[in-house]
Ligand binder design. Structure first.
Ligand code: SAH
Length: 238
């Protein structure tokens, strides 16, 4: 009798487990299809060509970086709330900023504004080491959790004011800023290696800001191009 009960239980358990595995595999395929469509219509069609950037965006599961209730919207053509009044950038903006850095596989990159950790994951697919600073503790901790669950060992997150950069790890081969200061922080220019690139939105809260792409030349940042964007403001530690 016991034996029959046991095998019934085992049978039931394997049915449940099989169902769970089947569902999560189905879900994974579903999001992979959405991701592929996003890359084609929002990124390739708008002129992003760097193969390393396209490969990274095809791989990183963006839906796992947004709150559960927004998962189905994760691959749409707009930013999404991530809590604490902050947002994950629109996929095209992530692709554009990443391509603008002209990254190489051996690079060490600094990001200001970890947010969900999505941009850091895209960078980590391309370069050797990513250093990312987030001022809102709860977001930084959540991003750390997400990234370690996904197995990213080359992303280092620090909680603090990114205005000052991460001098102990400088110079960086590229710096990406995903919140908008009113002026380019001097410490970030100083922590950029000669000939390295920075991409940063600059401007006042609520106004249209300029996305600046610059190259470090001597002690200055030589501006190469800019386009209008709207980012959350860079806040300062009091
Ligand atoms: N790159 C993020 C998007 C971040 S939104 C992603 O992929 O999800 C911008 C982030 O910058 C917010 O999380 C905000 O809290 C953070 N931020 C604002 N001011 C900052 C500062 N001075 N230093 C570090 N992070 C800052």
């Amino acid at each position: 009798m016991n034996r029959i009960l046991c095998s019934l239980l085992v049978g039931l358990l394997s049915l449940i487990m099989g169902g769970v595995l089947f569902c999560s595999a189905q879900e994974r395929d579903h999001f992979a299809r959405l991701r592929e469509a996003m890359v084609a219509s929002q990124i390739v069609d708008r002129g992003i060509t760097d193969p390393a950037v396209l490969k990274a965006i095809r791989k990183v599961p963006r839906h796992l970086f947004v709150p559960e209730r927004y998962r189905s919207a994760a691959y749409r053509d707009h930013p999404l709330p991530i809590g604490s009044g902050q947002t994950i950038s629109q996929p095209y903006i992530v692709a554009f900023m990443t391509e603008a850095l002209s990254l190489k596989s051996g690079d060490r990159v600094l990001e200001i504004g970890t947010g969900s950790g999505y941009q850091a994951a895209v960078l980590a697919e391309i370069v050797q080491e990513v250093y990312s600073i987030e001022i809102v503790e709860i977001l930084g901790k959540r991003a750390k959790g997400t990234l370690s669950r996904l197995g990213y060992a080359n992303i280092h997150i620090r909680i603090g004011d990114g205005y000052r950069g991460w001098p102990e790890k400088a110079p960086f081969d590229a710096i990406i800023v995903t919140c908008a200061p009113t002026q380019i922080p001097r410490p970030l220019i100083e922590q950029l290696a000669e000939g390295a690139r920075m991409v940063i939105p600059v401007g006042r809260k609520g106004a249209v800001q300029r996305l600046v792409v610059g190259v470090k030349t001597g002690t200055a940042l030589q501006m190469e191009q800019a386009m209008p964007v709207r980012f959350v403001p860079m806040v300062r530690e009091r």
